[in-house]
Ligand binder design. Structure first.
Ligand code: URA
Length: 215
């Protein structure tokens, strides 16, 4: 990235609607259909806050009344990266907000022996050096795969990278911030801790399973 000196921040989106919807998502009794809807809605609400920081410029337009210099995004090269598979739960909603964003997909699994993230799929848009990249992953747990994803995305030398999560564990935030201090992290809520299986506590369980009904 261009901005090597920047120290990333952690932004917790405290909006009441985000918190209310997260509570319904957390409940065991919430079925996959409702869970999917809520992931989409919370993702849109969080992304609304994340994109608040995008720079504006102006361009000359003609309204039916007169000419004006109207605000427009300074950089329209926006790239969403879905971390498979749970990131796909956020993607459709975010694309409704930013319909001309381009989309990359990154698949990582954890090697059971080394416990390190291993890439199994990567398809990214081209022409990324001017891109503002938003990584979509509902859960920031240990932070290991998030850190690996960012390392991979930095190879594309984008203008900026932001991490977008619904829930995070303090351990994951610390690990990610340590590995990539220049990356801003946006979360719906920061929970208490990780359990021995790497799940966020109290969390919402396995986001992928709850989205896609695989358990
Ligand atoms: N991934 C999930 O889906 N849930 C967690 O709690 C941690 C990682």
């Amino acid at each position: 990235m261009n901005n090597a000196q920047k120290i990333g921040k952690v932004v917790s989106i405290t909006h009441p609607l985000v918190q209310h919807k997260l509570t319904i998502m957390r409940e065991t009794s919430t079925n996959s259909q409702l869970f999917r809807t809520l992931v989409k809605e919370v993702g849109m609400l969080i992304m609304f806050e994340v994109t608040r920081e995008l720079a504006l410029t102006t361009r000359e337009i003609e309204t039916p009344i007169q000419a004006m210099k109207a605000p427009t995004l300074a950089n329209e090269n926006l790239v969403l990266v879905s971390i498979l598979r749970a990131g796909n739960g956020l993607l459709d909603g975010v694309l409704e907000l930013i319909p001309n964003a381009r989309v990359g997909f990154l698949g990582l699994y954890r090697d059971p022996k080394t416990l390190k993230p291993v890439e199994y799929y990567c398809k990214m848009p081209s022409n990324t050096p001017t891109a503002d990249v938003f990584i979509l992953d509902p859960m920031l747990a240990t932070g290991h795969s998030a850190a690996a994803a960012i390392t991979k995305l930095k190879e594309m030398k984008p203008k900026s990278i932001r991490m977008v999560n619904l829930l995070a564990a303090p351990e994951g935030i610390a690990a990610l911030h340590n590995a990539h201090p220049d990356v801003d992290i946006y979360v719906g809520a920061i929970d208490e801790k990780l359990n021995d299986h790497g799940y966020i506590v109290p969390g919402l369980g396995d986001a992928g399973d709850r989205l896609f009904g695989t358990k």
